[in-house]
Write a protein that binds this ligand. Structure first.
Ligand code: NAD
Length: 251
């Protein structure tokens, strides 16, 4: 059995559902100890909690309640991870939300809600992770969840695109700042993926599927494979990169 993350510890925010759930599960399959940090334990699309699924499949995982818009919660999740497993090698800043509105409809409350989760959560999640990783001889790998919305515009998504554009360039900046300490920082830019965000939140695909050369939606497991590459030593000379997983939508 291949164990591409053997001996490593990973923290996945938003790991109860969708992309984060698939990432946590895939990492555990490759030998990582995984902390699932989320505001809810039950997956949005049903099924058993991620940490229970991982343990049933023979992996090691724990759940930590964490709202990524709270710096204190993020720090507590990192501390709990280090206490339980002895290190923090991979931080996946995945938790995110979307609210599709025309620019003219957006309120200050909408703006603050979305930015606090999508941008502040990634910013301070990275800060908390870097503080631990910079002290480790082996450094670490941070994987931030951006989107195709981080590299181009999408209809009625000014809030989401602003937040994901921030994640895209924050990723590059952090790679520059922390490369010397052995911390690699990369981002994922998925296209339309079948999760609760796209299937249940009433968000429209805005023609994305029609313009996707592979002609279908992506699956969270396909995002998880890309996350695994960036988390593992196979990407040891890759940092500051935004990896697109979109079936060719932005090609
Ligand atoms: N689904 C897509 O098409 C798609 C495409 C590109 C990027 N993404 C990004 O992938 C990430 C995961 O989205 P998803 O599609 O799996 O959505 P999802 O709604 O299925 O899962 C998101 C998870 O994040 C959790 N979460 C929400 N707010 C949180 C908070 N404040 N603190 C901690 N956890 C919180 C939710 O409880 C949920 O478990 C997001 O950053 C999203 O923007 C999704």
């Amino acid at each position: 059995m291949s164990e591409r993350l053997r001996g490593k510890t990973a923290l996945v925010t938003g790991g109860s559902s969708g992309n984060g759930r698939a990432i946590a599960r895939r990492f555990a399959e490759e030998g990582a100890n995984v902390t699932v940090a989320d505001v809810r334990e039950d997956p949005r699309m049903g099924g058993e909690p991620t940490h229970e699924l991982v343990e049933r499949e023979g992996g090691a995982a724990q759940f930590v309640e964490c709202d990524v818009s709270s710096i204190a919660d993020l720090r507590a999740a990192v501390d709990t991870t280090v206490e339980a497993y002895g290190s923090l090698d991979v931080m996946v800043n995945n938790a995110g939300v979307e609210r599709q509105l025309a620019l003219e409809e957006v309120t200050e409350e909408d703006y603050e809600w979305l930015m606090e989760i999508n941008l502040k959560g990634v910013y301070f999640g990275s800060q908390a992770a870097v503080e631990v990783m910079c002290e480790q001889a082996e450094g670490g790998s941070i994987v931030n969840m951006s989107s195709i919305a981080g590299i181009r515009g999408l209809a009625n998504s000014s809030l989401y695109c602003t937040s994901k554009g921030g994640v895209t360039n924050l990723t590059r900046q952090l790679a520059v700042e922390h490369g010397p300490a052995g911390v690699r920082v990369n981002a994922l830019n998925p296209g339309f993926i079948e999760t609760a965000m796209t299937m249940e939140d009433g968000e429209t695909a805005g023609g994305i599927l029609d313009q996707t050369p592979l002609g279908r939606a992506g699956q969270p497991e396909e995002v998880a494979e890309a996350a695994l590459y960036l988390a593992s030593d196979e990407s040891s000379f890759v940092t500051g990169h935004n990896l697109v997983i979109d079936g060719g939508f932005t090609a």
